[in-house]
Ligand binder design. Sequence first.
Ligand SMILES: [Fe+2]
Ligand SMILES: [Fe+2]
Length: 168
Amino acid sequence: MKDTIDVLELLASQHDEVDELIEQLEGGGGDRAALFAELADKLAAHATVEEKIFYPAAMYPNTSELLHESVEEHLGVKRLIADMLDLDPDLDEDRFDAALAMLKDQVSHHAPEEEEGKLFPKLRRLMTEDERAAVGNEVLAMFEELIEHEPRQQVPAQTAEPAPLPHL
Ligand SMILES: [Fe+2]
Ligand SMILES: [Fe+2]
């Protein structure tokens, strides 16, 4: 039995891991293809747990608009990842770096500004600690399962439309 974890803290720590990987990739050097695969897997698994577990649990009258914006922002990030999966960071270096700069902009708007800045403060008021812990455990379990199976491979099939959200 794992210790319980507040879903908002868990997701924020996943945001930090993504930021670190983006910085490492920007720094150049090393095996950039392997680093990008790791980044794309983490972003894909993170987006999926949010869309399947977290956003449905976070749906309230005054979060609905933010959540609808969020799934649109996820769609933009997934389209970029799908493009980047076709690039070789060494052979297509200029295109890859341009796409990486866009990815960084989109992720830094979505994760710290929209989620941590706007959505999470509302949810600290709307959800109880027990609810946040229960959702945190579900999110962690699904993330750990997804990350074992190269979730980046599922991203190109998710670029037609935003993930569905439950109605209020
Ligand atoms: Fe998100
Ligand atoms: Fe997030």
